[in-house]
Design a binder for this molecule. Structure first.
Ligand code: SF4
Length: 239
């Protein structure tokens, strides 16, 4: 039965059917036409995010893009932000938690990523993300369906009930190979840590190298059941 809330939400079925075979560029063009300027994008400067930044630079470079700067990012990731700015003229905004890492670790008698990584992700990613999305109707993410069984259930466009706006995933149907082929063809800047065996790059305390051919997200929170920081999951236990 439709509730009042779901009845007033847009049904994205037709749009998803139409965009099912669209290219990432076509999906981004649709998103810009439909939502800009109330459209934003989050990036951790992964390979996929760099592809989207390249495309946005050509389609609409004024889309506001932000990075959740937890204070625990690799130096190489922050340097990539500078290289993106130099190449595309896009200044990715750094969105930070209320406390510095030093203040946060003082409050918790040490780094929380050791004892309670869910809480650490919540405080340093989810809370700032909620704040960053205020005032926007839609956000773009760089997830791919083949990254995990959870992400395989996503759609190109749909309501994001967790954050209360529309979520658009232009690279959902691309493979890792597609992403790297694009990067090589277009000489897109990327994080040099990828060349050192880091397949998926997050905060340095929670990111490990992955053996050749291994699950690309297995280096994130290695040794824990945790697979997502909470940005792309509906599971409240991952908050
Ligand atoms: Fe904290 Fe690790 Fe989550 Fe980064 S990935 S916010 S360091 S628990």
């Amino acid at each position: 039965m439709l509730t009042m809330e779901t009845a007033t939400r847009e049904d994205w079925t037709d749009t998803n059917n139409r965009l099912a075979r669209a290219t990432p560029r076509e999906i981004l063009e649709w998103a810009v036409e439909r939502f800009y300027p109330r459209l934003t994008m989050a990036t951790a400067f992964g390979a996929e995010g760099c592809v989207l930044l390249h495309l946005l630079a050509e389609i609409e470079p004024r889309v506001r893009v932000f990075n959740l700067d937890t204070g625990y990012q690799f130096a190489e990731t922050l340097e990539l932000r500078e290289r993106i700015a130099a190449r595309y003229g896009i200044e990715v905004e750094l969105v930070r938690a209320d406390t510095t890492v030093a203040e946060y670790e003082r409050q918790h008698d040490g780094p929380l990523y050791v004892s309670n990584s869910d809480q650490c992700c919540y405080d340093r990613k989810i809370v700032p993300l909620r704040r960053a999305l205020v005032g926007y109707d839609a956000w773009i993410t760089a997830i791919r369906a083949d990254q995990s069984s959870h992400r395989a259930g996503a759609q190109v466009v749909g309501e994001d009930p967790k954050f209360g706006l529309v979520k658009i995933n232009p690279l959902l149907n691309w493979t890792r190979r597609d992403v790297w082929a694009f990067i090589v063809t277009h000489n897109v800047p990327y994080n040099p840590l990828h060349d050192q065996g880091y397949a998926s790059i997050g905060c340095w305390p929670c990111t490990r190298k992955v053996s050749a051919g291994g699950d690309e997200r297995s280096g994130r929170w290695a040794g824990q059941a945790k697979t997502e920081c909470g940005l792309h999951s509906l599971d409240s236990s991952q908050l």
